[in-house]
Design a protein around this ligand. Structure first.
Ligand SMILES: [Fe+2]
Length: 310
């Protein structure tokens, strides 16, 4: 309920924001941005690193092409966390994934968070980094939860201004992830595809398409997920996420706590028949099994990934 209350505040703030300020990229800038994402390295299929798998990683090295790390877990690191980061960096390509840039906050980017995020990026020197199309902070309050932004012109302005602030200090490509939405705002002016497309058109930014989140939203809000993909700027979709979810009381939930279901595999395969991406990450966060149990999922995703490239 706190999140819902804060969301109301932010919607009000966002709607009150000036929605006519200029700033979309020129065609030339847009072309440059698209080229920048197309030329990123192709990593393959990897894992959202969770510390419980630290020892097992090396027994399954051949099944893990790269790792996504939660950037926030290495902010002001203790000596063991710093050592862990250096171990991972020495053995895998790493992609930092932020949880709380809060790119949709009408009050702007938190300078302290941005500074810490920059420190990780400068240490890791990744090919790209990522966060979410969401807000996690409003009115100075950390919500502790990824909250969707209204799909409005005012939100696009907020996201554009915040991205500029981020890109002033983070000099690697950034990609933004679609999240699940338990609510739809009455202020929404755009469809999912229109909103994601406009974020790309307005900014030098790519997309991290979470296939599970897309599936969940498509079922819960009754739209065709492939029609969304069809309408997205394909050369900006850099990376995918996938994991299992749960169907509870008539709704899908992004529980991240079980094996990927057939419906999600089918969507992943259909998406990869339409677009070419640089990497795919399995992100298991709850009821985390031994890594050996996840390897078949990585291998299955790799087969689909490689088939899509042939
Ligand atoms: Fe995700």
């Amino acid at each position: 309920m706190v999140a819902a209350a804060v969301a109301d505040v932010v919607v009000a703030v966002a709607v009150a924001a000036n929605s006519t300020s200029p700033g979309s990229m020129s065609d030339h800038q847009g072309h440059q941005a698209a080229e920048a994402y197309v030329s990123l390295p192709s990593y393959g299929v990897g894992l959202g690193f969770r510390p419980v798998h630290r020892e097992e990683l090396f027994s399954h090295r051949k099944s893990i092409d790269f790792l996504e790390i939660i950037a926030d877990h290495y902010f002001d690191p203790s000596p063991p966390k710093q050592a862990e980061l250096e171990l991972l960096q020495a053995n895998f390509p790493l992609i930092p994934h932020g949880l709380a840039l809060s790119i949709g906050s009408a009050e702007g980017i938190d300078a302290r968070y941005l500074s810490k995020f920059r420190s990780i990026v400068e240490q890791v020197r990744p090919a790209w980094c990522s966060d979410h199309i969401a807000f996690t902070r409003a009115g100075g309050i950390d919500i502790g939860h990824l909250t969707p932004v209204p799909k409005s012109r005012a939100s696009l302005d907020v996201i554009r201004d915040n991205l500029r602030r981020v890109q002033d200090v983070i000099h690697v490509p950034i990609i933004l992830e679609n999240i699940t939405e338990s609510i739809r705002y009455p202020e929404d002016e755009f469809s999912d595809a229109e909103f994601l497309g406009r974020i790309c058109d307005d900014n030098q930014v790519g997309l991290l398409l979470d296939v599970t989140n897309l599936y969940i939203n498509s079922v819960n809000h009754r739209f065709d997920p492939l029609e969304v993909v069809q309408r997205l700027p394909r050369d900006r979709i850099v990376q995918l996420h996938f994991v299992g979810g749960r169907f509870e009381e008539g709704l899908w939930v992004d529980s991240h706590d079980c094996a990927t279901q057939d419906e999600i595999w089918q969507l992943l395969e259909a998406v990869l028949a339409m677009i070419s991406v640089k990497g795919i990450i399995l992100e298991r966060d709850e009821r985390i099994p031994p890594l050996a149990e996840l390897i078949p999922e990585l291998d299955r995703a790799r087969s689909i990934f490689l088939a899509s490239k042939s």
